[in-house]
Write a protein that binds this ligand. Sequence first.
Ligand SMILES: Cc1cc2nc3c(=O)[nH]c(=O)nc-3n(C[C@H](O)[C@H](O)[C@H](O)COP(=O)(O)OP(=O)(O)OC[C@H]3O[C@@H](n4cnc5c(N)ncnc54)[C@H](O)[C@@H]3O)c2cc1C
Length: 395
Amino acid sequence: MRCFQVVWRCRLCDTIATETADHRMPAPCGRPARQEWHTRGTDVEKHQVIIVGAGPAGASCAKALHDRGIDVLVIDRARFPRHKTCSGVLFGQTQMLLRSYFGCLPPDPVYCSPREINAAAIREWKPDAGSSRYVWEIAKDAQAFSEVYYNIRRADFDHWLITRSGAQLRDGCSLSAVHSGHDGVRIAVRSGGISSELACDYLVGADGGNSTVRKLLDPRWAAESPTVIAYQTYNYFQSRGDLPEGQWTVFFKPEIGDILSCVHQKDDTLVLCVGGFKRRSLKKSMQAFREFLVRDFKVVFRGLKRDEGCLIRMAPPCLGDGRVLLAGEAGGFIYLNGEGISAAMDTGFRAGVAVFEALAGGSALERYAAATADIAAHMGLCMQKLHFLCAGPAA
Ligand SMILES: Cc1cc2nc3c(=O)[nH]c(=O)nc-3n(C[C@H](O)[C@H](O)[C@H](O)COP(=O)(O)OP(=O)(O)OC[C@H]3O[C@@H](n4cnc5c(N)ncnc54)[C@H](O)[C@@H]3O)c2cc1C
């Protein structure tokens, strides 16, 4: 297989500039250039499996493959540890999967305060009826899970998970193109300002809710799926006011957001989350939520520590195509109201096992489809019980 290199060609006079590790040379004529791929004479770096994304799906896939002796490379466009928009709660099923796939729960430094959130302390609040229990996780295949959940820092959790997988991580490396053939897959990546090509027998797209791999496989997915944007702020506070300690409080207020709004504590901050379909101003939603908590719950906020956002595409699962498998949110796997770490871990691990078996012969995709039928069925059950939206997507 040949290696690809980026060259920049002038749109008018066709003079060429190449890209170096340090900088991109302008075309000699100085005019704007267009980008092209050119083959170079060297052999391309090849692995049996490349995983795109080092979140819970990618890390679990890597663990399954690395433990089975497969040469696997994980690439991630972010530098680890990296933040991920998430309430950062390990639900019961996630804990079970961690024990089963990784042999243990995370070490002490991954947890924040309060360390435990009891299922009964997740409350939906209504102005006329007060608070009632809000169910985030339901039994799967008649198996109930622990109702003591863990409050963690996602950046530290994901970093621990990918490290514990034992697989090689190349962070700061972003995928931009995929060429899949019957005998293997080539991908274009960019790392440290340099574009290059990698090759593998199988590619696993575990690159989250805005997956580049899925967009390349299915260009209509991003354009046509109803999409919710979630926005989260970490706020220092002087007083929780009437918000009880250890409680995770959920509100359904269409005047604030199109999805539930919620608040819980992480260390010295109150984490506020709002969300909406495209075109809703989430900065205004967040401001309205803060004002509501100040007015109705007497919360006293101090400064903002940080904020973050991401999108959730509400589309049916897609397992991949040929030698490219999709896991976690890239494949559309997420349970109920955004409980996604367990769906990501479980599909990632099973994708890894399917690929391992297919390396000896047969179709990885068929094995993966059979292995994830129960996960798809559980997603269906979660959808039936969905209680997440204040309003439907705009027509
Ligand atoms: C507001 C909110 C709160 C949530 N709270 C919870 C919760 O408390 N508990 C829970 O279980 N779930 C929660 N979820 C869901 C959960 O965060 C996700 O479902 C889960 O992170 C999905 O894992 P993943 O591995 O599929 O993707 P991610 O965790 O998103 O990982 C994808 C990785 O791919 C990388 N990547 C993306 N594009 C590229 C590219 N082109 N090249 C290379 N790398 C790339 C990204 O940098 C990222 O590291 C929440 C979600 C939201 C939005």
